[in-house]
Design a protein around this ligand. Structure first.
Ligand SMILES: NC(=O)c1ccc[n+]([C@@H]2O[C@H](COP(=O)([O-])OP(=O)(O)OC[C@H]3O[C@@H](n4cnc5c(N)ncnc54)[C@H](O)[C@@H]3O)[C@@H](O)[C@H]2O)c1
Length: 270
């Protein structure tokens, strides 16, 4: 398959992570970046500052929208003015944690606009992303396959057939790297409180997170089996897990946190 023409709108934390991941992939897309303040794009991809600067001969196959939901409508209005029918011919792939496909299609100016909604995460920057993907009814099979291939270049893709499932995906994958980074921060801090140096604690916590993640990635065993393999009867891990696994601790906290993410994504959709 030839590499698609991709217009990436917004090359901040998420758009930048995707661009980095794509540039390290085997068959990277032909990327043009639209960002008002970016100095250098991954792979030295061309940058334009505004929709009106997009070259007249550039026909994107996919337009990846990676600005904040609050800025999306204004951006799509300028894009429609600048691209006209070229926008209609493209597929719009949103990575935003808000704004429905119907809303985005209307903001583009065509009810039958091909809109794909995804929820990726920042590990895409190192080719280890996780992306939930929903294609609205006006997306052709060819466009859907281009989008899936593009997002697979930076990790794993989980297609869903209900748009509302993207809210659960935000809670379990899109936002979730932050939960893991926070746990790492807490472990590092606790290591120091227990007498390790900051350097030792940082190396221990980060290396452990990598090792546990690699096991989950590489091995077929369930997470619960991997956990049990660490837990000697009446040993140190059992002592620690008795605290974490109390119904009022992690089981409750994780559920409450995920529900909060889902609620916020519902708000951002409207
Ligand atoms: N950060 C994440 O982990 C993550 C994960 C999944 C989805 N998302 C989604 O990605 C989107 C972007 O989030 P982010 O964290 O990357 O934000 P960000 O602020 O880091 O990036 C936004 C980028 O868009 C550019 N931009 C904004 N308005 C512009 C305009 N009018 N013209 C030109 N450039 C403009 C900014 O310069 C910036 O580089 C959000 O909708 C968010 O929901 C983020």
């Amino acid at each position: 398959m030839t590499s698609p023409n991709v217009l990436l709108i917004g090359c901040g934390k998420m758009g930048g992570a995707l661009a980095q991941g794509w540039m390290a992939a085997q068959n990277p897309p032909k990327l043009m970046v639209l960002d008002r303040k970016l100095q250098q794009a991954p792979g030295d991809s061309p940058i334009v500052r505004a929709a009106s600067d997009i070259p007249a001969d550039f026909q994107p196959d996919i337009i990846v929208l990676a600005v904040k939901p609050a800025g999306a409508d204004a951006m799509l209005a300028t894009l429609r003015d600048a691209l006209g029918e070229r926008l209609h011919k493209s597929a719009l792939l949103s990575v935003m944690a808000g704004k429905t496909c119907d809303h985005l299609a209307q903001a583009c100016g065509w009810d039958d606009m091909a809109v794909i909604r995804t929820m990726p995460n920042t590990p895409s920057s190192v080719g280890a992303g996780t992306t939930g993907l929903y294609a609205s009814p006006h997306v052709s099979e060819a466009q859907k396959q281009i989008a899936i291939t593009l997002m697979k270049q930076v990790g794993t893709v989980v297609p869903v057939s209900r748009e509302t499932d993207l809210r659960s995906i935000i809670a379990i994958a899109g936002s979730a790297p932050a939960y893991i980074f926070f746990l790492t921060e807490l472990l590092e801090k606790t290591g120091v409180e227990l007498g390790l140096t900051a350097e030792q604690s940082r190396e221990l916590a980060r290396s452990m997170m990598y090792g546990a993640g690699k096991m989950l990635h590489d091995l077929p065993e369930d997470a619960s089996t991997l956990r049990k393999n660490v837990t000697s009867p009446n040993g140190t891990t059992a002592a620690a897990l008795a605290v974490f696994m109390d119904e009022n601790n992690w089981p409750r906290t994780v559920k409450l946190a995920a529900q909060a993410a889902v609620r916020r994504s519902e708000e951002l959709d409207n």
